[in-house]
Design a protein around this ligand. Structure first.
Ligand SMILES: NC(=O)c1ccc[n+]([C@@H]2O[C@H](COP(=O)([O-])OP(=O)(O)OC[C@H]3O[C@@H](n4cnc5c(N)ncnc54)[C@H](OP(=O)(O)O)[C@@H]3O)[C@@H](O)[C@H]2O)c1
Length: 323
């Protein structure tokens, strides 16, 4: 089969290779999936740079944390799926390929009416947003919520989830056009963090009260200022430092404010049954209550161009490889 493999760590240009490799064989409890679409995530950039959960001895490997396709074969003991069934899966690796395996715990059937491309882009962004905001952050109806990096894959999912729960949402992004599009996605307010100081603007928009929850993923100054805009009792959930460091441990905070870190990979390892939460999001997408915003698709052979595009700042939503 055709696949993208990494033999060593480095930049996109240096290490992503389009190759012929043997198709994997499903072990007991696994599915072999004929992949139709595999989504890119910012973590793919850290992974190929050797900074995300893989060691040199794990190489060569096929990146791609999530994909959608059709079940081609079942490992022994698999009873809940059948050959030919359409599925979405998030095993963590292997998606940049014509065939990939997944443990059944990290796979769900695709309802009619949800296509492969949007489905492939859903698990990481919706599960991170849901469990990060609701479980880790304790988000509840009526909260004032700040979602950083609204135009990111996670940001667009988080805005919709926060509105679904019944909160007031303000988000940040780097252009007026992206602000307009994020209001269309459902944000009550969107702040252009390049032309305005987001902390002053959020303070103004909340009448000086600040926000109850922040979903933060940028790091550096954005993390620090996000803490400063928390109201008493407020919670900041950090899911990454895409563009700056995150203090570890979090600095001491007053008046019941809390800051914590959340990883969907760690969470699902401890609670594999939580992957079934995908059924709710798939149903909401099927009913067109939630949207999956796909910026662009690239053919598998052009994975390098796709990752280069992700490294820039032009995209709005998800980038997907089609196979
Ligand atoms: N912990 C977890 O479980 C988990 C899971 C998934 C993702 N993540 C993390 O979440 C982050 C987003 O991932 P993704 O794949 O959704 O990212 P993405 O689609 O690549 O989007 C990142 C976006 O951040 C925006 N940005 C950059 N600097 C900013 C700033 N100073 N303020 C506000 N926005 C800024 C940029 O858009 P603009 O043009 O608007 O600036 C950029 O497009 C990454 O840090 C990733 O590692 C964590």
């Amino acid at each position: 089969m055709k696949a993208i493999r990494i033999h060593r760590f480095g930049s996109t240009e240096e290490v992503l290779e389009y190759e012929d490799v043997p198709a994997p064989t499903p072990a007991p409890g696994e599915l072999l999936v004929k992949v139709e679409a595999a989504s890119l995530n910012r973590a793919d950039l850290s992974l190929r740079g050797g900074k995300y959960r893989v060691r040199p001895e794990d190489l060569p490997l096929i990146p791609g944390r999530e994909f959608a396709g059709t079940v081609a074969a079942l490992g022994n003991t698999v009873r809940d799926f059948r050959a030919g069934e359409r599925v979405v899966a998030q095993p963590g690796l292997g998606g940049y390929a014509e065939y990939a395996v997944t443990n059944t715990s990290y796979a769900r059937p695709l309802p009619e009416g949800v296509d492969f491309v949007p489905a492939s882009a859903m698990p990481t962004i919706f599960l991170t947003s849901w469990f990060g905001l609701v479980e880790e952050g304790g988000m509840k109806p009526g909260d004032r919520v700040l979602i950083q990096a609204g135009s990111s894959g996670v940001g667009i999912a988080a805005i919709q989830i926060a509105k679904h729960v019944g909160t007031w949402v303000v988000t940040t992004t780097g252009s007026d056009e992206k602000c307009r599009r994020l209001r269309e996605v459902g944000a009550d307010e969107a702040v252009n963090y390049i032309s305005k100081d987001f902390k002053e603007e959020v303070s103004h928009l909340t009448g000086g009260k600040g926000v109850d929850i922040v979903l933060e993923m940028i790091g550096g100054d954005v993390y620090t200022k996000s803490l400063e805009i928390l109201s008493p009792g407020g919670r900041l959930v950090s899911i990454g430092g895409a563009f700056g460091p995150i203090p570890d441990p979090a600095p001491p905070l007053s008046d019941g404010r809390r800051a914590s870190r959340f990883s969907i990979t760690t969470y699902l390892s401890a609670h594999p049954e939580a992957f079934k939460q995908m059924d709710l999001f798939l149903e909401l997408v099927r009913q067109k209550q939630f949207q999956v915003v796909i910026d662009r698709t690239f053919p598998l052979a052009e994975a390098r161009a796709a990752q280069r595009y992700l490294e820039g700042r032009d995209h709005f939503g998800k980038i997907v490889l089609t196979i």
